[in-house]
Design a protein around this ligand. Structure first.
Ligand code: M6R
Length: 617
């Protein structure tokens, strides 16, 4: 969703901000803009469409400045157009503001300002906030207790309901940037006499590794080369400077046509990274540092409730099978967006596991807060280090998949499933519900997964040929049973989000309760039919599809000689223990979706309407 970049220091701000906006393109957006300040005053340039359109707009303009800020907007209030794009001037043009999030009470504030004679050029809640801050500032300036812009920001934000990360430039002070956050991420990069602000560390990493994660209800005031952080109730805090480990190569395409393809091919490494330092198959040890003090609680829990959205929810469904199978703990998996608006029953001894790649998903964050208020212990499984969800949880484990830039989640899914499997194994071991031999076997099998995924990736050309045949299919059905049912859901989600083909995932046996009516010679059916405990059953389901002339693409286990005689196409994967099969069976589905989307000419990394990190509900 929206992206923020700002800079003040000694460098040329405009190219730095534009480059930063490009690094944030992956978040999803529909317009972009910059504000720059130099001897000619505070200037705003903005444009509907991509950052490239904004660059075009800037051609030939006087852009020299050492302070500036930029924004990519994902429309919420008002359609995507030049006027609604950020930054926005305040009413008297003393300030410029950029904003991520939603100001829920903007209509009431706008009414009050309209009564005072204000007019608005955009439909956005952001312009309202900018005018509100300026109004308070001007009002203070006229009073005997004249306040600073910082005071005005603080007072305004005390009145605001909603979520925000904002940055403000002050026309009267070319050294000043004021930023604040509540519910939307904001990272401050600290350099030598220079500061960077961004929605995540990707625009900052090539300049400095020293970053501060602004907390909710904090305001950062950068002025005359110094940084001060205060809370909304005006207490000065001492920010903690983190060293980020992110390397520049991790956020570049590295020779691949798309980030998504790079991330699919990174999985042998990212799965290994999610186990690194945690699994020692040789001596059958498993350690999860972030769970150490909570492992007993997990093992003794009466129930686990897993919450997440999209792909993270699918990883939760896989984990449900694994926790129940190995640790014998009942599991419920729920969409965070539903959980947050119910009155869920949380009992003593319940554990909530929140799964999120970005760690910023608004629905998941809100669901965590609700669960916390009911006394639950919250575990997090996040990819982005220092993210809001990671910080809101009591314990947890990072997935260490590295930055995921493609909107379609791929390596984050396999890393989530890996980490959740480790959690289930650790709980099972502590609880005594797993035999030593199975524990040892699964650790060894886990260590072999990266090589098995590598083998699946070698079938990329064959998958491309199949994708070519089905490029213009209008619908797809994905079927799986047991642990492969969530994989079917994930395969369907991948296809629909990047190719815009309608696709549905079903438990294979459910097909006869409705979806079978859709099957004819035009319907491609992807069936994950690996050799496991439900193999015979799923072969029968395939027969049912074939009897109705459906065209079956089957994901089969290496050495299966039976299915190639029945189905239209097979993609083989190596033999994997049943509990771990999703880690491998999902990979061909990621490639199939990718290839079809590319063949249809879609924007794979930034599909229409989608955002990488969904920070609004
Ligand atoms: O960052 P999160 O894991 O919390 O994101 C959840 C979903 O928005 C995300 O998985 C989304 O469904 C992806 N586009 C799926 O590819």
């Amino acid at each position: 969703m929206c992206g923020i970049v700002a800079y003040v220091g000694h460098r040329e701000a405009c190219p730095l901000v534009i480059k930063g906006l490009k690094r944030l393109e992956y978040r999803g957006y529909d317009s972009a803009g910059v504000a720059l300040m130099n001897g000619h005053g505070l200037k705003i340039y903005k444009k509907k469409g991509k950052v490239a359109a904004l660059e075009h707009e800037l051609d030939g303009k006087e852009t020299h400045a050492t302070i500036g800020m930029g924004h990519t907007r994902w429309a919420t209030h008002g359609e995507p157009n030049d006027v609604n794009a950020h930054p926005h001037y305040s009413f008297h043009r003393k300030l410029a503001i950029i904003h991520n999030g939603i100001i829920e009470n903007y209509a009431a504030i706008k009414q009050a300002l309209l009564k005072k004679g204000h007019t608005f050029s955009s439909d956005t809640d952001t312009e309202v906030l900018g005018q509100f801050i300026e109004d308070i500032w001007e009002h203070q300036a006229g009073a005997s207790n004249a306040g600073t812009l910082e005071d005005a920001v603080r007072l305004a934000l005390q009145e605001v309901v909603g979520a925000y990360a904002i940055v403000i430039m002050n026309e009267a002070d070319p050294t000043q940037l004021i930023a604040a956050r509540k519910g939307s991420p904001l990272v401050i990069g600290v350099g030598e006499n220079e500061f960077f602000l961004a929605s995540d560390a990707t625009p900052i990493v090539e300049y400095t590794k020293d970053v501060i994660y602004l907390n909710d209800y904090e305001i950062a005031v950068i002025k005359d080369g110094t940084l001060k952080v205060v809370t909304l109730d005006n207490t000065t805090t001492t920010p903690y400077v983190h060293k980020i480990e992110l390397e520049l190569e991790a956020i570049e395409k590295g020779g691949f046509d798309h980030f998504m393809l790079k991330e699919i091919f990174e999985q042998p490494r990212s799965i290994a990274d999610s186990m690194r330092g945690r699994v020692q198959a040789d001596d059958a040890t498993l350690q999860l540092g972030g769970l150490r003090d909570y492992l007993d609680k997990l093992a003794k829990s009466k129930r686990i409730v897993i919450i997440g959205c999209g792909t993270s929810w699918h990883a939760g469904l896989v984990a449900e099978y694994i926790f129940e199978e190995l640790a014998r703990i009942p599991v419920e998996v729920e969409y965070a967006s539903e959980f947050r608006y119910r009155n869920p029953i949380i009992k003593e001894g319940d554990i909530v596991i929140a799964i999120s790649q970005s760690g910023e998903t608004a629905d998941t964050l809100a669901a965590i807060e609700l669960a916390k208020s009911k006394g639950a212990t919250i575990f997090g499984v996040c990819n982005v280090v220092g993210s809001s969800i990671a910080r809101a949880t009591d314990a947890g484990a990072y997935t260490h998949a590295g930055p995921e830039i493609g909107v379609a989640s791929t390596k984050a899914f396999t890393a989530q499933v890996t980490v959740l499997t480790l959690m289930a194994l650790a709980a099972a071991k502590r609880k005594g519900t797993i035999s030593d031999s199975l524990f040892r076997q699964l650790l060894a099998e886990l260590e072999s997964i990266p090589a098995k995924v590598e083998k699946v990736l070698q079938a990329a050309d064959k998958i491309k040929e199949i994708a070519y045949i089905f490029t213009y299919a209008r619908n797809f059905i994905y079927l799986g049973r047991g642990l492969n049912f969530p994989v079917a859901l994930e395969g369907a989600l991948k296809l629909k989000e990047i190719s815009y083909i309608h696709a549905e995932g079903y438990p294979a046996a459910e097909m006869k309760h409705g979806p079978i009516a859709l099957i004819d010679e035009d319907m491609p059916v992807v069936v994950i039919a690996t050799k496991d405990s439900s193999y015979e059953k799923i072969v029968s389901n395939i027969q049912e599809v074939k009897a109705r002339k459906g065209r079956v693409i089957a994901i089969t286990t290496e050495g299966d000689t039976h299915l190639p005689g029945i189905v239209d196409f097979t993609i083989e994967i190596p033999k994997v223990h049943e509990v771990l099969v999703p880690l491998v069976s999902v990979v061909p589905l990621q490639l199939l979706a990718y290839d079809i989307a590319v063949m249809r000419g879609r924007n794979v990394d930034q599909p229409r309407n989608l955002a990488k990190s969904v920070t609004v509900e």
